[in-house]
Structure formats: C-alpha cells, structure tokens
Write a protein that binds this ligand. Structure first.
Ligand code: TMP
Ligand code: MG
Length: 217
C-alpha cells in the first residue's frame, strides 16, 4: 500500500564473536525478509572492497602492520564512507542487514588493552553514524566458538583476544538500548527463530515512523 511504501527501511545489525554464526544468520534473515515482501540488502563491515577496506584486509591477513589507533580509525572511516548510501537506502524504504558495525569497531580495538585506547576513546568516531533500529548480539562462549571448526588464520582469531572481546561486548551492550542478546550456541534454525521474533518486533515498532537516528555518546 502507499502507506507501507512511505515507511522507511529498518537498520538491523548483527554482532558477535568470530564463529558466532553472524554471516549465516544475516543470509537467512535477508531471505526471510525478502520472502515477506521487504526490500532488503545485506552488507558487512569491514567492507574490504573499498580503498580503505583493502588496507584493513591487508592488516587482518597480517600482510601489513598498522598502529592500533590508526587501524581503529580506518575501520571507522570504512563505515563513514558508506553512511550516506545507507541513509539513502533506508529513506527509500530498503531495510539493511549489517554484519558487524560500530560495536565490533569499539570492542575489538578496546580488547587490545592499549592504555591510550579505552572503550570510550574507541566509541568517539562512531558518534553520528546511522543508529541501528535493532542490534542482535549472537552470544556464544569462546569455548563453543573455538569448537566450531577452530578459529581462522586472521588477526584477532585467538582465544585470548576472543575472551576479552566477549567481556567488552557485554560491558558495551549493558549501556546501549535496542540490543537483543540471543543464545547463539544452538542449532542454526533455533537461533534463526529467535532472530525472526526480535526482527518482527522491531518491524512493528513505531520508531520506524521517525527518521533514522544517529549514534550518540
Ligand atoms: P569479519 O571476520 O567479520 O570479516 O571481521 C574481520 C575482523 O575485524 C574481526 O575479527 C572483527 C574485526 N573488526 C574490527 O576490529 N573493527 C571493526 O570495526 C570491524 C567491523 C571488525
Ligand atoms: Mg572473521
């Protein structure tokens, strides 16, 4: 109906540790929404295809080094370079499923325990980016994540880092609203069921009658 097409899209973020099943859930969610007649896109951060994304990719694969603060700002810049197009899509009625966002950005950097790179410092460059309508945190123990075919070869994919990341995710999500914690240590379709319930709630939520917000401090 005209009323429905006038409605903006929803910005849905999926967060979690490496091996929590984010990409599988994002793909299943995209299909689920498309089958229900929604216009929907699936994007992921880092977006390794842009010039900034290529620097990030080299850093993650270990073929290039970067100062902790510098790589942190590149991850953030990688979101800023896509912010306008995300806002345009949302305004045009397209919903976006985002695989990792500012939360990963702040948490992974803060997990390095660099004395001048606190969680607060790490959050600052995210302020002003599009505000998700919903953030799904796929919660999994580091042991369960490690059992899922083991960690990969990239930087950060080790138990010590993942344990810290998990702790800091929890600390960050304690002070964010619109976060839904989902037990991701279960079978894919069971997790998907909970994801769908949370997303359905978000879709009927009246906040979508207001313009997309921006991330605050
Ligand atoms: P990926 O495995 O989802 O492609 O993400 C690559 C790694 O980058 C992952 O270990 C999380 C980390 N990361 C950051 O450190 N900062 C960020 O802003 C993002 C989006 C990811
Ligand atoms: Mg990964």
């Amino acid at each position: 109906s005209a009323e429905r097409s006038a409605r903006r899209g929803a910005l849905i973020v999926v967060e979690g540790l490496d091996r929590a099943g984010k990409s599988s859930q994002c793909e299943m969610l995209q299909t689920y929404l498309a089958e229900r007649g929604h216009d929907v896109k699936y994007i992921r951060f880092p977006d390794r295809t842009t010039p900034i994304g290529k620097l990030i990719d080299a850093y993650l694969r270990g073929s290039a080094d970067q100062n902790d603060h510098s790589i942190h700002l590149l991850f953030s810049a990688n979101r800023w370079e896509l912010a306008k197009s995300m806002q345009r899509d949302i305004a045009a009625g397209i919903s976006i499923v985002v695989d990792r966002y500012s939360y990963s950005g702040a948490v992974y950097s803060a997990a390095k325990a660099n004395p001048t790179l606190s969680l607060d410092w790490a959050w600052q460059p995210e302020i002003g980016l599009p505000q998700p309508d919903l953030c799904l945190f796929l919660n999994i123990s580091t042991e369960a994540a490690a059992q899922r075919g083991g960690f990969g070869e990239e930087r950060y994919e080790n138990e010590k880092m993942q344990t810290r990341v998990r702790e800091i995710f929890r600390a960050l999500f304690d002070r964010q609203d619109k976060v839904c914690v989902i037990d991701a240590g279960r079978a894919l379709d069971e997790v998907a069921k909970d994801v769908h319930i949370a997303v359905e709630k978000c879709f009927v939520n009246s906040s979508r009658n207001e313009p997309l917000g921006t991330l605050g401090p």
